[in-house]
Design a protein around this ligand. Structure first.
Ligand SMILES: [Zn+2]
Ligand SMILES: [Zn+2]
Length: 397
């Protein structure tokens, strides 16, 4: 494994930074302390620093020479609203807040790359180090883009990485094209006319109507979406009624939709809305359909995903880079940045197993999870090499 020696020499320092952030987790848009640490470190390393983008977001910039070429690297800084069960010294100091997704590690790896790049400056052009708030559900990435991230800090390409416990430490997994799902969630409220359970002919039954909508909704994926385009539609809640002998006034259906293309997302939205409306009309009921967007699908640029896989291969060897990894049903708001600028997102193996917690499976969002500090220099090396290869003297203008 070809870890950059300068970065390897900072392993203890990076571990210290990572554990300090882990012990002081902050929720989305409240990353005041983390953001202050990031800004201070970037200044110390010699980067230009811009703060206050999307409230707590920070961008560090390093320019070398006059080349117009540029690259963006992104890490997320927020924690999750969950209780950590670990008891080691760097466990969360705050009740109900935990770095359960490893964003402490992402932030630290990008700081490691920043320090290396600012010191060695072996590239021609500009690198923007993007530290975003609120990845977990609040769309800090979207807010940064809306606040003009790529107008103020133009990037020819942008890259990010996420630790992946199910993948062995020292391995990378990527995929050209759609890699992470987009999400939507829905609330469908059927309004009938409540009446006595023994006299259905005097009312309009919202339960039967809702049951038909739930059943018909299962035809959306199987009959209107190509089998080559994976989509999930799950009705996860049905709520109606309180009594044995009362036909209730309303019934509510809720659930989640996951898909990999905008086309599928719009198709599901339109078809589901139509089915709910027409089915309700058929039973004489009324319906309110509310389908809310989650993050869009995360789509890797084919060329940039190939470039990233090549750089990763240079570091860990071809056997440790899965270039055509599986699609993942989870979502990521880096997708908003990839909608604006070509780039790629990669999974960095960190090994499940027992490190730190005693859990047999330390999946992200598990209360016993901890980022594996062993991979800090590897992630930082990948970030650094992406810059040196993308903005190397042979490619720079
Ligand atoms: Zn997460
Ligand atoms: Zn995450």
């Amino acid at each position: 494994m070809k870890i950059e020696p300068r970065i390897a020499a900072w392993h203890d320092e990076l571990t210290h930074i990572r554990r300090d952030i882990h012990a002081h987790p902050e929720l989305g848009f409240e990353e005041e302390r983390t953001s202050a640490i990031v800004a201070a470190k970037l200044r110390e390393y010699g980067c230009e620093v811009t703060t206050g983008i999307a409230r707590t977001g920070v961008v560090g910039t390093i320019r070398v020479g006059n080349s117009p070429n540029s690259i963006g690297l992104r890490a997320d800084m927020d924690c999750l609203p969950m209780q950590e069960t670990n008891t080691f010294a760097h466990a969360s100091k705050f009740k109900g807040r935990m770095h359960g997704c490893g964003h402490d590690g992402h932030t630290t790896m990008l700081l490691g790359a920043a320090k290396y790049l600012a010191e060695t400056r072996k590239f021609q052009g500009t690198v923007h180090l993007i530290f975003q708030p609120a990845e977990e559900g609040q769309g800090g990435g979207r807010v940064m883009v809306e606040e003009g991230l790529f107008d103020k800090f133009p990037c020819d390409a942008v890259f990010a990485m996420h630790n992946w416990p199910v993948l062995e430490a020292g391995k990378f997994q990527i995929r050209p094209g759609p890699m992470l799902a987009g999400g939507m969630r829905f609330d469908i409220t059927v309004k009938g006319q409540g009446t006595h359970g023994a006299k259905p002919e005097t009312g309009i039954d919202p339960v039967i109507t809702a049951a038909h909508i739930a059943t018909a909704a299962q035809s959306i994926v199987s009959r209107t979406i190509s089998p080559h385009d994976p989509v999930v539609l799950s009705v996860t809640q049905i709520h109606a009624g309180d009594a044995y002998n009362v036909i209730p006034e309303t019934a509510v259906l809720r659930g989640t939709i996951r898909c990999f293309t905008e086309e599928a997302r719009e198709k599901v939205r339109a078809t589901f809305t139509r089915i709910a409306r027409e089915m309700a009309a058929a039973f004489g009921a009324e319906v309110a359909v509310d389908i809310k967007d989650g993050y869009p699908p995360l789509v890797n640029d084919e060329t940039e995903a190939g470039f990233l896989a090549d750089v990763a291969t240079e570091i860990v060897g071809a056997d440790n880079v899965e270039r055509n990894g599986p699609r993942i049903m989870g979502s990521e708001d880096f997708s908003y940045m990839l909608q604006r600028v070509p780039g790629a997102f990669v999974m960095l193996g960190q090994g499940g197993g027992t490190h730190g917690s005693g859990h047999t499976s330390c999946e992200v969002h598990n209360p016993g999870y901890d980022f594996n500090d062993a991979v800090l220099p590897l992630g930082a090396t990948l970030f650094a090499r992406l810059v040196e290869r993308k903005l190397g003297s042979e490619t720079a203008a």
